[in-house]
Write a protein that binds this ligand. Structure first.
Ligand code: C2E
Ligand code: CA
Ligand code: CA
Length: 778
């Protein structure tokens, strides 16, 4: 049985039980209410009966009292003229005008002799002997009012003494009335009443009784007109009815409500019983009915409330149940989804990775290569593909077994990974073949990485406590120089790797053999420059700047030279571009800055006026983070006058990112240092930026000066630069000035500051000092 069916069954059972309890309660309650109503009704009936009886008794007494004061009766008694009493008329009057229908009179003298009876002519007999009440009256002269069973049946009786005006007892008057009027009155109210005399009067009543009807020895006073009731009494048996403890009897069979009132005699013994019958349908049970309806209504309401309550409980429980189920379902779905996702991720991972080393596999490698190639094309940089092949891996496998070989591969992968940058990709594409992608790199950088790899492999790998040495042969190919698709690049790198193996293991080879040679040279140069910086092989020369108007020194430009131990004096064009390419320019500029500041301090201390000293600064240096700090420190260490310091920045460089340059130049200017734009005219300055740039000087490029006399265009450019500079409030200087004609042209055009061989080539410190001596301002 399903849970919901069981629930519904339980629910129905509870409903049935509740309904039964409710019904029992209601019927009990109605029963007690009915009982109460019936009891009250029976009390009412009894009270009414009592009232009627006492009214009747009173009426009888009243008549007796009135008669006792009747003068003619008194006189008759005094004079013993009994024949004078005539009460027949009174009897008729009473019958006509009052409820006393059957009433009898009897007058008895002071000796107990009855001398008048209204119902018979019989008189003169002595009653003192046969009637207790009469003898009592004779003795006590007291009013006696009773209900009693007489010779004929039940009757009201009042005996009142008659006295003369002096109070002398003359006799008595007796008034007797029957119960008929009471019964009649009750009948008018739909109460069928039967009067029954107790059975101990049976003997007394047997002979003289009027009705002659007895049931269970009980005498029925008024059987006439009450035949139905009499037959019912017979059916029930009077004895049985009298045994009833309750105030009333409900005869549902004959539809009668029966009340029994008992009347005792003067001796206190039961005398008579009034059986009052009323048809049940005539009873006023409206209040009970109303109460019953109320109860049923309340029960139904209660029941409905309960059903609603159960329903609400059920619905909320059901809702909760559904919610719980939903929650469970959601969790399950989520878990499943997550599992699926994890599985698909795992699958994707497996599809793109080498199970042994967890490195990207060939698929992912190709993908990454494509990305790197795209990126390089966009940025105009190079991608290097390194094909790494382990030397003698087959021997290692044969010697130690495949498990150790595998473990070795794992360790190698781990070690290599720790040596490469995040943006590089190391993949395993075959047994002992690895490929490394170096995006955005240069040849030099490639060699640096290769050296690192060789260094990393110099340490042995420890597998199962065995020290294993492993080396790589590496083939390198560059994109876009050697190819532009992953397939071509991989093939080329593979070829280069075989060449490397031929050249002897543990070596590398570029695909382009000339490249290999060139690279080797560049690496040598790189090392040489680093060493040269360490060994202070670089020397700063100073080229004078002259005011052509007065042939006086304006300032100097610091120009670096390299005193190479083997090659001799090397000029900047042979190493500055390389330094810029590999980043060494930052160190070199620092070197020159430091030596220039040192020299300026010496000259200032010696009182030598060098005017202003220009120092060439590469953009790499200018944009390096600590450049400002470096200048501060220099000024602190060599406290020269900052207004004698000028930095020369190439126009082409400054215009690459003018917004950024503005910020840096501003902070330089705030230190009091001047800024000149070098090689001006070649860098396509934007006029709007030129206005914003915090520079102080324009240096007309040598290329315009060289041909100025032959080339009208160059002359026009020079004139334009001079006008532009003047309009912007900038200082102008010309470089590369070699002849007197050049000087004349420039002075004529408005530029009198001149730098060039015409006055002097760059000079060593000693030579420069001599020059200053000769051209000093003073
Ligand atoms: P530059 O800044 O334009 O320097 C002027 C170059 O022109 C110098 O060459 C100088 O010797 C040469 N020169 C001067 N007068 C004449 C002349 O009348 N005729 C001819 N034909 N040439 C003349 P140098 O010293 O070989 O320097 C070459 C370039 O190297 C410089 O060009 C500058 O861009 C760079 N450089 C030199 N020293 C430094 C340095 O310390 N730091 C940086 N970043 N660059 C430097
Ligand atoms: Ca310069
Ligand atoms: Ca220049």
């Amino acid at each position: 049985m399903s849970q919901s069916v069981r629930k519904i069954a339980v629910f129905i059972i509870i409903l049935v039980i509740l309904f039964s309890i409710g019904s029992i309660y209601v019927s009990n309650k109605i029963e007690t209410l009915r009982d109460k109503a019936y009891t009250e009704l029976s009390h009412e009936i009894k009270n009414e009966l009592e009232l009627l009886i006492s009214e009747k008794a009173e009426a009888v007494l009243l008549v007796a009292l009135t008669l006792s004061h009747d003068r003619s009766i008194q006189k008759s008694l005094e004079k013993k003229r009994y024949q004078n009493i005539h009460l027949d008329d009174l009897s008729a009057l009473l019958q006509t005008y009052t409820s006393l229908k059957n009433v009898w009179f009897q007058v008895i003298d002071k000796n107990g002799i009855s001398f008048y009876r209204s119902w018979t002519s019989k008189k003169g007999d002595d009653l003192s002997l046969i009637r207790m009440d009469v003898s009592k009256m004779l003795a006590l002269h007291k009013i006696m009012s009773t209900i009693s069973v007489g010779r004929y049946d039940l009757a009201f009786k009042s005996i009142v003494p008659i006295t003369d005006k002096y109070g002398t007892f003359l006799g008595m008057v007796e008034v007797i009335a029957k119960f008929n009027s009471i019964v009649r009155k009750l009948n008018q109210k739909e109460y069928k009443t039967v009067i029954v005399v107790d059975k101990h009067y049976k003997q007394q009543l047997l002979s003289h009784s009027k009705s002659n009807v007895f049931i269970d020895d009980y005498y029925i006073v008024n059987p006439q007109g009450n035949e139905e009731i009499v037959s019912l009494l017979k059916e029930y048996s009077v004895d049985t009815l009298l045994k009833e403890k309750r105030e009333y009897i409900l005869d549902t069979k004959h539809h009668y409500f029966i009340t029994i009132m008992k009347k005792n005699g003067i001796d206190g013994e039961p005398m008579a019983y009034f059986f009052v019958f009323k048809p049940i349908e005539l009873l006023d049970m409206q209040s009970v009915e109303k109460e019953k309806q109320n109860l049923i209504l309340n029960l139904i309401l209660l029941f409905l409330a309960f059903v609603v309550f159960i329903y609400v409980m059920y619905v909320t429980n059901y809702k909760k149940f559904i919610e719980k189920q939903n929650e469970k379902l959601n969790i399950a779905v989520e878990e499943k989804t997550q599992k699926l996702q994890e599985q698909s991720q795992k699958l994707a991972y497996l599809a793109h990775h080498d199970v042994l080393t967890n490195l990207p596999n060939k698929n992912l490698l190709i993908d990454r290569m494509r990305q790197a190639i795209k990126h390089a094309k966009r940025e105009g940089t190079s991608v290097a593909i390194l094909f790494l092949d382990l030397d003698r891996f087959k021997e290692i496998n044969d010697m130690y077994g495949h498990d150790i070989g595998d473990e070795l591969l794992k360790q190698i992968a781990k070690r290599l990974t720790s040596y490469i940058r995040e943006e590089d990709t190391l993949a395993r594409i075959g047994g002992d073949e690895f490929v490394l992608i170096l995006p955005s790199t240069s040849q030099v950088n490639v060699v640096v990485v290769i050296e690192k790899i060789f260094d990393a492999m110099a340490e042995p790998f420890v597998v199962n406590n065995i020290d294993i040495y492993a080396t790589f042969s590496i083939g390198v190919t560059l994109c876009p120089q050697d190819g532009e698709t992953p397939e071509i690049l991989l093939r080329n790198a593979d070829t280069a790797m075989y060449k490397a193996k031929d050249n002897g293991k543990n070596s590398y080879q570029f695909y382009d053999e000339e490249m290999t040679a060139l690279i080797k040279k560049r690496i040598e140069l790189d090392n040489d420059i680093r060493l040269g910086l360490q060994r202070e092989e670089f020397e700063v020369y100073y080229q004078p700047k002259i005011d052509a108007n007065n042939n006086k020194l304006v300032g100097l430009e610091a120009l670096v030279r390299w005193n190479h131990p083997l090659k001799g004096l090397v000029y900047p064009n042979d190493f500055i571009p390389f330094c810029e390419e590999v980043g060494l320019i930052v160190q070199l500029d620092s070197y020159v800055l430091k030596h220039a500041f040192m020299q300026m301090q010496i000259w200032q201390n010696q009182g030598i006026d060098y005017g202003e000293l220009s120092i060439n600064i590469s953009t790499k240096k200018l944009e390096s983070e600590d450049f400002r700090h470096e200048l501060y420190t220099l000024l602190e260490h060599y406290p020269v006058d900052p207004t004698t310091v000028e930095l020369e920045i190439l126009e082409s460089q400054i215009m690459k990112n003018p917004e950024r340059s503005i910020g840096i130049l501003n902070s330089i200017r705030s230190m009091g240092i001047s800024v000149a734009i070098d090689d001006f005219g070649t860098g396509y300055s934007s006029l709007s930026y030129l206005k914003k740039l915090p520079v102080t000087k324009l240096k007309i490029d040598r290329s315009f000066v060289v041909d100025v006399l032959e080339n009208e265009d160059d002359a026009a450019i020079i004139r334009t630069i001079i006008v532009l500079g003047k309009n912007l409030g900038l200082d102008i200087i010309a470089e590369g000035v070699e002849t007197k004609d050049h000087v004349d042209f420039l002075v004529d055009a408005g530029c009198n500051k001149i730098q060039g061989y015409y006055y002097s080539k760059p000079l060593s410190i000693k030579e420069c000092e001599a020059f200053i001596q000769k051209y000093s301002k003073g």
